[in-house]
Structure formats: structure tokens, C-alpha cells
Design a binder for this molecule. Structure first.
Ligand SMILES: [Zn+2]
Length: 315
């Protein structure tokens, strides 16, 4: 059993965001090209996404938000809540499909049918809050996957590690009072970068205090800064928590060549972080990892770094 699943579906391109929007359908073409070029699309298991039920989406989001989003799409609004959160007529259904793809991959890994999975979904999810969209995110895909593990597989300790350059405000808020989900985020410092949250002092609330870890980086931070954060803080924290399952929110917008990020990472660190998380997952979680695409807006970076990320997951 070492099969690795990929969620990558042409229908995700039907979430249209309009001319000039960085979170655009051709991001998925770049990822497909990268995976094809190294033979991974041929050797991995293609997981066909199915829309997530509205009942399950309401584990994370309010019914009022679902109703508003569906109506906004049906009525042809160009965005919901804020102009960043662009929508098209099919976006509600495609967001359900993205969340459903991530949850299905998570179920397959949790049940042992797959060893690991990578989900190249859009729209992304980590900024989406209970009652509203934010950033380019509609439903919080990775948070929904964590709920699936908690509610259907009785998994008590889920790690969500988010290395997108932007702080995962939605994921943090979903689990900030929940000690069964450790949320660790590396991101550009909130003084300089969207969404303006993710200060180190944000450590969780109530019973969840200590189960949120934010590691912000000043503009220009590089691979060595990230390696040091892993060695000194992240690896010890993950070992203490001993997760039974690892969920990754992977953005590739902390790369030096990304048009939205302000950090200076190279291709190498994404491979190094992948390998590090594989080793941690092997130690604690039977190797189980589901990796979920968030941001990353340079097509060349996406093509190269996603292919290497998946190649390592599939080894
Ligand atoms: Zn991002």
C-alpha cells in the first residue's frame, strides 16, 4: 500500500474569477503540465471529486453564508463580501466540488486505501470564515477535512500545517478553541501582508490555548529562516502533539518569484518542508498526509514546485 491520490479536475476551472484576477483557472493547467512532465499523473491514483453535502459544509460554515453565496452566484454577482472573493455563476457548485474532493481524498487516506494525497483544488479555502468569504476563498477545504477525520474516523489529534505566505485566518478561527486540532502557520508578517492576522501572540483560546502556533516572517525572509523555524519550533511542537493525521495547506506564494508574496524562498525549501513533514508523519501518523492547494500565483513556480512536492509524497 503506497498509492498516492491526486485530486485534479477540469471542472475546477469553471470557478471563473474574471480578467486579471491572480487566482485564475490556468493555475491548474500549470500544475497539470508539471505533474504530467514527470509522469506523476500517470502513476498516481486520480481521485474523482464529488460535491460535499451542505450538511457537512455546515460543520464549518453557517447556513446563512451558504444561502447568500448560492444566491449571489445564481444572480450573477461578480463577487461576494469583498472584491477579492470573485465568483461566477457556477462557483457555489465548484466550491462544493473542491471541498468534496478534499474530503474524499481524506477519507481514502484515513481508511488506508491511499497512503497520501494531493488536492489541486480551486477555489482555495484557508481564509474562508464561518460566515463569510475572504481572500480568494469560499469554503475552508482543509478545515472541512479535519472535521471529517474528527467526526467520522474518531481521530483526536489532527495537525494542520499551513505554509501559504498568507495567514490562515479562517482555519485558525475554526479551531482556535479546539485542542484536537493543532494549527501551525508560517506566513508573511501581518504588519506587511494580507490578511493582517497571525501574530505570534495568537495562540488559541480557552481549551485550545497552546494549539495555535503562528510564525510570521519579515519581508525578504529566506530558506534558512524557514529551516530554523522548523528546527527550533515546528518539529518539537509536532513531536509533542504526536498527530494521528497530517493535513497540509500548501501555498507556493512565499516563493521569491511570486507576484503577491513578499518573502524570498527558493524551490528548495518547498521540497525540504515536504520531506520534513513526511518524516514527521511517518513517526506519528502512519505516514498519512493530505496536502491541499491554497495560493501560488507564478505559473512556473507552481509547475515546478507542485511536481516536486507530489513526487516526494509519492515516494
Ligand atoms: Zn496565499
Amino acid at each position: 500500500m503506497s498509492s498516492v491520490g491526486i485530486v485534479l479536475d477540469e471542472r475546477f476551472k469553471r470557478h471563473v474569477t474574471g480578467h486579471g484576477h491572480p487566482e485564475r483557472p490556468d493555475r491548474l493547467d500549470a500544475i497539470r503540465e508539471g505533474l504530467e512532465a514527470v509522469g506523476l499523473l500517470q502513476t498516481c491514483v486520480l481521485v474523482e471529486p464529488v460535491p460535499l453535502s451542505e450538511v457537512k459544509i455546515q460543520r464549518v460554515h453557517s447556513r446563512d453564508y451558504l444561502v447568500r453565496l448560492e444566491a449571489a452566484c445564481r444572480q450573477g454577482y461578480p463577487y461576494i463580501d469583498v472584491p477579492d472573493s470573485a465568483i461566477g455563476p457556477e462557483s457555489y457548485e465548484i466550491a462544493r466540488l473542491a471541498a468534496g474532493g478534499v474530503v474524499k481524498a481524506t477519507r481514502l487516506v484515513a481508511s488506508g486505501e491511499l497512503k497520501r494525497a494531493f488536492c489541486a483544488v480551486r477555489p482555495p479555502g484557508h481564509h474562508a470564515e464561518r460566515d463569510r468569504s475572504m481572500g480568494f476563498c469560499l469554503f475552508n477545504n482543509v478545515a472541512l477535512a479535519a472535521y471529517e477525520l474528527k467526526d467520522e474516523f474518531n481521530i483526536d489529534r489532527v495537525l494542520i500545517l499551513d505554509w501559504d505566505v498568507h495567514h490562515c485566518n479562517g482555519t485558525q478561527h475554526t479551531f482556535e478553541a479546539d485542542p484536537s486540532v493543532l494549527v501551525i502557520s508560517l506566513h508573511g508578517h501581518p504588519r506587511y501582508l494580507y490578511p493582517g492576522t497571525g501574530y505570534e501572540e495568537e495562540m488559541g483560546v480557552e481549551r485550545g490555548r497552546g494549539y495555535t502556533m503562528n510564525i510570521p516572517f519579515l519581508p525578504g525572509a529566506d530558506d534558512e529562516d524557514y529551516r530554523r523555524a522548523f528546527r527550533e519550533r515546528i518539529i518539537p511542537a509536532v513531536q509533542r502533539f504526536a498527530p494521528q493525521f497530517v493535513l497540509l495547506s500548501v501555498g507556493f506564494d512565499a516563493h521569491a518569484d511570486d507576484p503577491l508574496g513578499n518573502l524570498a524562498l527558493s524551490d528548495d525549501i518547498f521540497a525540504w518542508m515536504t520531506q520534513t513533514m513526511i518524516e514527521l508523519a511517518e513517526d506519528h501518523a502512519d505516514g498519512r498526509i493530505v496536502s491541499v492547494l491554497e495560493g501560488g500565483y507564478n505559473l512556473g513556480v507552481l509547475k515546478r514546485c507542485v511536481a516536486e512536492h507530489v513526487r516526494l509524497l509519492a515516494q
